[in-house]
Design a protein around this ligand. Structure first.
Ligand code: CTP
Length: 432
């Protein structure tokens, strides 16, 4: 945006933003690299979050045409001093670059103008002015930039209403066709609203509903929808984002059987231990309504057909499907609480996410059993190994495993004294 077109904003906001930036990982290096340049600005989520007094997830920078790659390399070199292994990724075709290091990340993009050849298609891009680069963005609060150096250092360039919207905590699209051009913005609307506690202003809310009703989400690739869904699932608190997607009708537009249930999801999250995958567990919860009466194969097919086009990596996709297939059936294994050995047989090969989800789907007794398994019982193991049994004269073969399992069962049920001796005796006494 030209200086004349910039939205008036209190100068101290821009200065405060630069002060905050200097406190962020990579901020001092960015400021020093940009000090003598007119073309480098902080933009997008980074400018928005610093103006709100929040810590940005990464720093978004825009600059002039052809400048992204050399700037990224220079930044990585500067960061090299006190950060191990800054990685530079360059996409010359798109005029973007990223610098990643253990302490942070900077996304760098050359200013561009975008036009959409068809609703939902990827935009055609060409180098653009400051004004065009702001005008291509999703919401006004993400269309604020502040130059990091040169004579306009610390001023704010913004699309009309951006500064007021930020103060009033409002999400507003920049033009009426925004959600039709890029329907992934429907998911972004839910995600930002939930994370920032912002509301869609009236016209934007209406346009979002109209876009969904018009089938906008069917025009965009499922891979792009999947990328946005992954971002929502990995929010610090993903529940409000998923809830907002449901309320907005995004989930229903992806598949009428997708359902998000906040209460069990919240309980399942509280049961899931730190080595579990909350994102996959929530995804599995969304899938529970797919072909619920169908045979396992049919349910599996329905889940695969939905998840595969969203391009989750194969490991995550399969673990999610395993979780969603198993969880409802595990409820009866959890309540009433069976002896620990029986619980072991029912749960040892299930994902942590399936156990936590089942604990949340059942009543209080199921919840407590799941908690006990996940926190304590699943960690119970033997000190002896198969080799100990071979050394004691047990012939090689399946009975080694069976004897170990028998000893583990007795240990789980509290029938063994502490120590290897008791375990070995139990294994040797077991029926082969
Ligand atoms: N953007 C957009 N439309 C999209 C994706 C991105 O307009 N479909 C613009 C927005 O201006 C956004 C910026 O690109 O602020 C950077 O994108 P991204 O990093 O995805 O958004 P952030 O707002 O930085 O999100 P987060 O806070 O989650 O990092």
């Amino acid at each position: 945006m030209s200086e004349a077109g910039s939205q008036a904003a209190p100068a101290r906001d821009g200065e405060r933003l630069l002060d905050e930036l200097a406190e962020q990982p990579g901020g001092p290096e960015l400021l020093s690299l940009a000090a003598d340049r007119d073309d480098v600005a902080l933009v997008g989520g980074a400018a928005r979050d610093l103006l709100l007094g929040r810590v940005p997830r990464e720093l978004d920078v825009v600059l002039g045409s052809g400048a992204a790659a050399p700037f990224a390399r220079e930044l990585a070199r500067l960061l090299g001093g006190d950060s191990e292994g800054a990685t530079v990724t360059i996409h010359s075709r798109f005029g973007t670059a990223a610098v990643d290091w253990p302490g942070g990340r900077v996304d760098i993009a050359e200013r561009r103008a975008e036009s959409y050849p068809a609703p939902g298609a990827l935009p055609e891009v060409r180098p653009g002015s400051v004004e065009e680069d702001l005008a291509r963005r999703d919401f006004t609060v993400n269309a604020i930039a502040t130059p990091l150096g040169g004579r306009r250092r610390g001023m704010l360039d913004a699309v009309p209403q951006a500064i007021d919207d930020l103060a009033a905590r409002r999400l507003r699209v920049l033009h009426d066709a925004s959600f039709l051009d890029d329907p992934t913005r429907l998911l972004r609307l839910a995600r930002y609203g939930a994370r920032l506690g912002f509301r869609a202003e009236e016209r934007t809310a209406g346009l979002a509903s109209e876009a969904i009703a018009a089938g906008a989400l069917q025009t965009v690739s499922r891979a792009r929808v999947g990328a946005e869904l992954r971002l929502a699932l990995s929010e610090d608190d993903p529940l409000p984002a998923l809830e907002a997607m449901q309320t907005l009708g995004v989930l229903g537009a992806l598949d009428p059987a997708l359902r998000f249930e906040t209460t069990p999801a919240g309980l399942a999250l509280s049961l899931l231990p730190p080595d579990g995958r909350p994102d996959l567990m929530l995804l599995a919860q969304l899938l529970l309504g797919l072909a619920p009466e169908g045979a396992v194969k049919e349910r599996e097919r329905a889940m695969f057909a939905l998840l595969d086009p969203l391009e989750f990596n194969a490991g995550d996709r399969d673990r999610t499907i395993r979780t969603a297939l198993a969880a409802p059936g595990l409820v009866s294994a959890l309540a009433p609480a069976p002896p620990p050995s029986q619980l072991h047989d029912a749960l040892a090969h299930e994902t942590l996410e399936a156990v936590a989800l089942a604990g949340a789907l059942g009543g209080e007794a199921a919840t407590e059993t799941a908690r006990c398994w996940l926190q304590t019982l699943r960690h119970v193991s033997l000190s002896i190994t198969g080799q100990d049994l071979l050394d004691a004269g047990v012939p090689e073969g399946p009975q080694v495993g069976r004897r170990l399992t028998a000893a583990l069962h007795r240990k789980l049920d509290g029938e063994l004294a502490d120590g290897r001796e008791a375990e070995l005796r139990a294994a040797l006494e077991a029926q082969p």
